[in-house]
Design a protein around this ligand. Sequence first.
Ligand code: 5GP
Length: 192
Amino acid sequence: MKLLEEYIRQKGVVKEGNVLKVDSFLNHQMDVQLFAEMGREWKRLFADVPINKILTIEASGIGIACVAAQAFQVPVVFAKKAQSINIDGEVYAAKVQSFTHKRVYDVIVSRKFLSPEDHILVIDDFLANGCAVNGLLDIIEESGATLEGVGIAVEKGFQEGGKLLRERGVRLESLAIVDAMDAKTGALTFRR
Ligand code: 5GP
C-alpha cells in the first residue's frame, strides 16, 4: 500500500536490532486517517470471505484493529496479556515470545468471545518472527473458530514470520513489506 510505504519512508526510524520505529503514526501517536485507509484496503483484499470478528493482541494492535473493524462492521476482540493463567477453563490461552521485549508472556481470550461459529480476521501492527500471530492462531484453533486471514500493517520480510505463515497456507495480506533496512544509513527496501 503506497500511502503506508510513504509514511514509513518519511517518518519511520530504523534502529539497531532489526527494529523499525513507527511511533509517530502507528503505535504510539496514531494517525487515524491512515488507519481508515488501511482498514478500507484490508476490506478490499478480504472482500470475498465472510469475516464476522477481528482478533488482535494487546497493545499496539488494538487501535489499528478498531479502525479496520469499522470498514468490516464487525466487533474486535483483543488477546490480553495475563499476569497469571486462569485455570478454571474460562479462557483460551497461548504463550507469546515478545520480539521487542525479549520475554515470554501469556495471552488470554475469554471463551465468551470466540466460538466455532466465528470467522476471524487477525490484525496486528508488525509481523517479525510470527510469535504474536502464532499465539493468536493457537487461540483460534482451540476455540474451533475459522481463520479467514491475517492482515498486517508492516511485515519485515527479512524475518521468517511471513514465510512460515504463507507456507502453512494462511492467507496473509501485509500492507507494506520491508525486505531490507539499514540502521546506519536509514535505507529501506520495500517488496514489489
Ligand atoms: P513477532 O511476534 O512477529 O516476532 O513480532 C511482532 C510483534 O512485535 C508485534 O506485535 C509488534 O508489537 C512487535 N514488533 C516486531 N517487530 C517490530 C518492529 O520492528 N518495530 C516495532 N515497533 N514493533 C515490532
